[in-house]
Design a protein around this ligand. Structure first.
Ligand SMILES: Nc1ncnc2c1ncn2[C@@H]1O[C@H](COP(=O)(O)OP(=O)(O)O)[C@@H](O)[C@H]1O
Ligand SMILES: [Mg+2]
Length: 423
């Protein structure tokens, strides 16, 4: 996939900007604060309707303006689509596809695929579990846009269930309350199991690609590993050993808990693989209902929902050693980057059709890497049909990527750079 023309109107610092992007590498150069990431962010937004920097749309609109527009010509092989998104903070966003009538913004999801890596991605390692959950959820939604709705449903039901638990806190718990909660358990487990199933699929798909990309980037013999930590395994606690919990839990017919208790979910060499990864969606739903039931007393006490995908996390390790808190700065960067490169490859596997590879965006990454990692990243990134790189210092970007370099001088001046031969 690639973008040819990109036009921004009242997006971030740009009143109006237009740039032409080429197939292959495009490098945006310019001083810090000049507006390079704003461009990377706009491309990402057109594909995911979310920013990697802010959770609300307000800051995306140029200060003092009411709405922003991002427009691009997206190409997939010989097919072309003009995408336009209108960002209206506080009101619904809209989109236009091929100059047609305005449609819901979510209609553009799935048309342009992108993978964006930015310094903020260090939070994947260092940040809270929510950042890691979002990695899986966002990837799942890019591959299957319909999951966006499931995700919203889950959040809505969760909110309502939590509100109910709060309101029951100071009342005597009656049979009516129990049956009301049971209804919510089912609703939560329906949406929750779809979400969990999608997440586990993403994790399973990311795992080998992350290990490969980490090895390629770092040259390390240690293996980058991913393990899903589910509140269904541990019944609301942060127990690291799901087997113990699962074996101790009451058996449910057909649910993975029973399988895990009886069989062995830890095949030698695959200790990271959760038994949940092979469970069906229905089994996950049944297990979630069961776990919610088991957590009833504690949930009533704490007045929050303790079981479900909103309580889950992913453990990242190099061999057995956690990355968070143990890895060096370089290893941490490489791990985060490996996760994004893995996401790129998962998308390619998902749609191997010609011209379907996502646009790869690397925001401000080269400055942080040593020269060996830079060279390796340049080699890996060169496989993308279109690559967008931003950098403040020209020399940080490997010469092999400098074919189309654009200098962002200011918000109203972006010029082509003539690149001279470098060593
Ligand atoms: N909504 C906005 N309205 C006007 N200016 C903005 C807005 N959001 C960000 N900016 C400006 O954009 C600049 C940052 O641009 P950015 O793309 O992050 O720079 P860099 O080139 O370092 O990546 C800052 O000067 C910031 O003040
Ligand atoms: Mg930047």
């Amino acid at each position: 996939m690639r973008i040819s023309q990109l036009t921004l109107t009242d997006f971030r610092s740009y009143a109006h900007a237009q740039l032409t992007l080429e197939p292959g590498p495009n490098v945006l150069l310019g001083y810090n604060g000049v507006g390079k990431t704003n461009i990377a962010e706009a491309i990402g937004y057109l594909s995911t309707l979310s920013s990697h920097r802010v959770s609300q749309d307000g800051p995306l609109v140029r200060h003092g303006e009411k709405q922003a527009f991002i427009r691009a010509d997206a190409h997939r092989g010989s097919r072309q689509a003009r995408l336009e998104v209108e960002i209206n903070p506080g009101r619904s966003n809209r989109a236009r596809i091929n100059r047609g009538n305005p449609v819901r913004a979510t209609d553009v999801l799935g048309i342009l695929r992108t993978v964006l890596f930015a310094p903020e991605d260090l939070e994947l390692i260092k940040g809270s579990p929510a950042v890691r959950r979002r990695l899986l959820d966002d990837l799942a939604v890019q591959l299957r846009p319909a999951l966006g709705r499931v995700r919203l449903d889950y959040e809505k039901v969760l909110k309502q269930r939590n509100a109910l638990l709060k309101s029951l806190r100071h009342e005597g718990f009656t049979a009516t309350h129990e049956s009301t909660l049971a209804v919510w358990d089912h609703q939560l487990s329906e949406a929750g199991s779809h979400l969990l199933k999608a997440r586990l699929e993403m994790l399973t798909a990311l795992r080998p690609h992350t290990a490969t990309a980490y090895g390629q980037l770092s040259g390390s013999v240690r293996t980058a590993r991913l393990k899903y930590l589910s509140s269904l395994d541990a019944a609301g606690t942060n127990d690291e050993d799901p087997d113990v919990e699962m074996a101790a839990a009451p058996d449910t017919e057909g649910a993975p808990a029973a399988d895990a208790g009886a069989g062995s979910p830890t095949v030698p060499g695959t200790a990271d693989v959760s038994a949940l990864e092979s469970a069906s969606r229905e089994e996950l739903a049944a297990l979630m209902v069961q776990r919610l039931g088991a957590a009833r007393r504690e949930e009533r006490h704490r007045a929050i929902t303790l079981v479900g995908p909103h309580r889950d996390d992913i453990a990242f390790t190099l061999d057995e050693v956690p990355v968070k808190g143990f890895a060096s700065h370089g290893e941490t960067w490489s791990f985060a980057l490996a996760l994004r490169l893995a996401a790129y490859r998962v998308m390619v596997d998902d749609d191997p059709g010609e011209g379907a590879q996502p646009v790869l965006i690397l925001d401000d990454v080269f400055a942080e890497l040593d020269s060996r990692r830079r060279r390796r990243l340049a080699e890996l990134a060169a496989e993308a049909e279109q690559l967008i790189v931003t950098a403040a210092v020209d020399d940080d970007v490997p010469a092999s990527l400098m074919r189309n370099a654009l200098r962002v001088e200011s918000v109203d001046q972006i010029s082509q750079v003539t690149v001279h031969e470098r060593d």
